[in-house]
Design a protein. Sequence first.
Length: 437
Amino acid sequence: MLTAFARAFKTPDLRKKLLFTLGIIVVYRLGAHIPIPGVSYENVQICLDQANQNSGLFGLVNMFSGGALLQITIFALGIMPYITASIILQLLTVVIPRLEALKKEGQAGTAKITQYTRYLTVALAVLQGTGLVATARSGALFSQCAVGTQIVPDQSIFVTITMVLTMTAGTAVVMWLGELITDRGIGNGMSILMFISIAAGFVGALWAIKEQGKLADGWIEFAIVIAVGLAMVGLVVFVEQAQRRIPVQYAKRMIGRRSYGGTSTYIPLKVNQAGIIPVIFASSLLYIPALVAQFSGSDSGWARWIEAHFVKGDHPYYIATYFVLIVFFAFFYVAISFNPEEVADNMKKYGGFIPGIRAGRPTAEYLSYVLNRITWPGSLYLGLIALVPTMALAPLGANQNFPFGGTSILIIVGVGLETVKQIESQLQQRNYEGFLR
């Protein structure tokens, strides 16, 4: 990997893309530290010193924003509205025929869906920004902080609207920066920004483990966390690269005097076909009960039960529900993102077939059977990766949003692998040696 980066910096056009990407990352991280108008920066820092930044109801969103959410900066919402909008559009594509038709139109239809995603991102940013401002004004953002109700000193309508508009504009800028990286840089821009947001809190979280440790001034705990993290990275890389290759043979066709087809290829079905989406879905869904209990202000039995069982990530009820939701959403997302009947129809249209399987409906049934078989180990793997690091590192002060936790490690490894693959593919295009050396 390091060799690929060294060779990339020696190639002029790749070096420009890498430096452009690094420049965008610097701008993104700079915006994550600029507070929005109307916020008391001093009170925010006091509350941050007293609170655990990676825990609580807003821990997942704070991780995706690189810590900008709890600091209430112009990039406080980060990339989360865009991720949510993309997932919603992808789910609606299966339900709404118009979106499904646009998806089949190729590049023009994809551009139209991308435009809809931008509009929905702005709408979600307004909604989430309003919720964040209301939470900050009420003091619920830092409920245990003495000056939590003084984070927004001026609570007039004009200041509130200004804060919401500033965060919405910040989300639009983040979306634009991500698209700039995709067009003129290296890798997928949104994935790169998500990677940087998570990696931004990596060193601080590790050092906090060392500071809280008691064995050898905390260095023993620090070494244990590093060892567990490296083992989990190796496991994630191994499973993320694993795939079931279904062979496909294309029959020869004579068109005029030319012969077409007769080639062999394969359909790659990854063990983890759903990626990180089931973990994000499950995490977001589990935040809803705790959010309802907190904003209801009720002291009844149901509110106390939710706070006791579904706020802390180490409770058995929370762990069991989290695992079941991840498995469910893994099957759900694979079912809507991969259509065996469509794949079988396309193969039949171009004269392709799976050896030993008849074309058409038998091919679709075979693909569905194989997909269900490999989704089971993939979903169980996602559940274990999301929970095992947290449970293993919980005695050392880690939580579900720790950098070596399930959500973080899946995103970091996944984005890192895809970016390195893209760099290597571009290097191969520019340094192809051919037959003669």
